[in-house]
Design a protein around this ligand. Structure first.
Ligand code: PGA
Length: 250
């Protein structure tokens, strides 16, 4: 049995006071939740505040990106050790916005995922095809390549610290969710690819999240699919009431 995960990606939203207000509203709503892991990824500048606000709760805090070198002359970057020091237990890696706007590649994803896991973080690694790739019938091929090149170098035991987020780029922030059937078909393909690279039991244990316009009204249908183990939520994670409703999808 894979434990579900509901993760919120705040992207470039919320100051520290807004972070405090968010958790003040969210925490009382989710005190009784036991059926899933809960992760929130604020911007770097609010990580310390978020760790403090969620101390003693079941909410884990994630960064949205991390650099692979331990330290050095890398202006603007943040290392795994710095994230661990601030109390983060996760980092998102390879989000499609980083791939699209900031030059992230499968190769940098591989380095970051390896550094994260070796340094004691869990990594939520994002993969997913563009609309052109889907319309061109290449969605499976693109995602398989992203897995082989971005994640295929990890060891089997590293994999227990990896969560994969399938986020079709055409569904992010567009209001156009992949249907549960489209998402489930890709999730099955992703699991099959991991079984080929590693083995069936590692692939069975791997948690694969869906991301792209997840909302309170579509989460239940997605979660009913066997291979969908949770969600990475952007826009709808910014409002404590809607994020709480997604967490309580049951
Ligand atoms: P969205 O974003 O839920 O706003 O579509 C998802 C994501 O980019 O992680």
């Amino acid at each position: 049995m894979r434990r579900p995960v509901i993760a919120g990606n705040w992207k470039m939203f919320k100051t520290r006071p807004e972070t405090g207000a968010f958790f003040d509203a969210l925490i009382p709503e989710i005190l009784d939740v036991e059926h899933c892991d809960i992760v929130v990824a604020p911007p770097f500048i609010s990580l310390a505040a978020a760790v403090e606000e969620t101390d003693g709760t079941r909410v884990a805090i994630s960064a949205q990106d991390v650099y692979w070198e331990p330290e050095g002359a890398f202006t603007g970057e943040i290392s795994v050790r710095m994230l661990v020091d601030v109390g983060c237990t996760y980092s998102i890696i390879g989000h499609s916005e980083r791939r699209q706007y900031f030059g992230e590649t499968d190769e940098s994803v591989a380095r970051k995922a390896n550094a994260a896991v070796k340094g004691g973080l869990n990594a939520i690694v994002c993969i997913g095809e563009t609309l052109t790739e889907r319309d061109g019938g290449q969605a499976f091929e693109v995602v398989r390549r992203q897995i082989r090149n971005g994640l295929g170098q990890l060891t089997g035991s590293d994999l227990s610290h990896i969560i994969v987020a399938y986020e079709p780029i055409w569904a992010i922030g567009t209001g156009r969710t992949a249907t549960p059937e489209i998402a489930a078909a890709m999730h099955a393909e992703i699991r099959k690819t991991f079984a080929e690279i590693y083995n069936a039991s590692a692939a069975d244990a791997l948690r694969i999240l869906y991301g792209g316009s997840v909302k309170p009204d579509n989460i239940s249908a997605l979660m009913k699919k066997e291979d969908i183990d949770g969600a990475l939520v952007g826009g709808a994670s910014l409002d404590p009431a809607s994020f709480a409703a997604i967490i309580k999808y049951l």
